[in-house]
Design a protein around this ligand. Sequence first.
Ligand code: H79
Length: 466
Amino acid sequence: MRNIQTLLLLFVAIVLGWPHLAAGEAPTSTTPPQETPADKDARMRWWREARFGMFIHWGVYSVAAGEWNGKPVGGAGEWIMNGADIPVAEYEPLAKRFNPLKYDPAEWVRIAKDAGMEYVVITSKHHDGFCLFDTKTTDWDVVDRTPYGKDLLMPLADECRKQGLKFCTYHSIMDWHHPAQTRGGKTYNPTQIKPGRKQEFTDYLRAQLQELLDSCDPEVMWFDGEWLDWWEEADGREIYAWLRERKPSLIINNRVGRGRDGMEGLNKGDQEYVGDFGTPEQQIPATGVPGVDWESCMTMNDTWGFHKHDHNWKSAETLVRNLVDIASKGGNYLLNVGPTADGEIPPESVERLSAIGKWMHANGESIHATTASPFAALAWGRCTARQGDDHATLYLHVFDWPPDGKLRVPGLRSKTGGARLLATGQALTAERDGDDTIVSLPVEPLDPIDTVVVLETAGPLDIATP
Ligand code: H79
């Protein structure tokens, strides 16, 4: 009897979807698939190990290239519809001039791969609503409105798979073109939703996401444009759960919901929020947060979409050091390129990526699949690490070469198992000095941007807390 009761209870519970559903919810609507911490680690693994990816902002704004009616428009290139206050009817004809005949996805992926990047995130749809893939949800897309007339994402996805990179998409929730949203005239142009038409937009969004899964099958879906009064955390939770049901391995950023704390990008602390990683934008957090995944997205100049008047390029030194700084804090670096309407990555970007690649070729081991620095701060640079139970490899990134040739690693009391320059293998001596370890360096740095010293410990990591 007891057994029958238990079985009955179980049966009812399964049918009603207990225990994770509250009364009144549609089954599975906001409940992501159950996942143990180990499952989550497995899902996030490639992303955590990659450390470095390429962001690509491309669309019909690339035709305008930061100019409207012959005059430069301030702000980012992909925001020109807002910056020059262009009505939809005047913006749409840009598509007729979007004909990227020089688009060579194999070359783009090669450029990313040679830079040491392991994934690519491209705009499937930015705030202007224009779709770079073949969608049936609207004719505001590359196939229906441009002389080029072909899906731009599928060939890139194919090339990524061929060359061993992960293919990912960026999709904006804010949509200045969708008939259910009205553009505001305010800064950052948050749209309003027309009364009673939210469902129409979320159906449209889901249909597009399904098309992306069916065609180019991204590994990350990177949402943006979520700072709208009418877009709620619950909406993000629904989309998140719905996507993960369709593709359990999918990784989704925190901008699908309302968690992100402004441009700092990590989640606000007032409640749990949906999303797999935080998204600092144009900044690097002062420190990492143990157990929190995050990715800093940043530009090489001051625009995401191509802008012909933006010549404010960061140096290769800054870009490499940003990558190292981010890795030393346990984050990922998503570095942007804004290809032209012809389909070319600007030469200034290619040059910088190739300089980063040169550094990565010699030093990539100190970035990929490493973990955050075990030190609080290092006066001369940064540290990344690889830790086992009874041994650690420390990668000491020397930005400022010590004039006396003595690299002091404060608080490192572990027995040393040898030191060397990563790029050449040249052996170095390392000795204890009280609670510190001192590595003797050659007179000149190998690479003035960042010379990496590998320090192996013999035995577990032992660091005196400052
Ligand atoms: O796609 C690139 C930019 O076009 C886009 N994000 C990157 C990846 C971007 N959109 N807006 N912005 C960047 C700046 C917007 C900032 C703000 Fe806000 C929106 C300020 C107030 C509303 C961010 C969200 C800070 C608070 C809420």
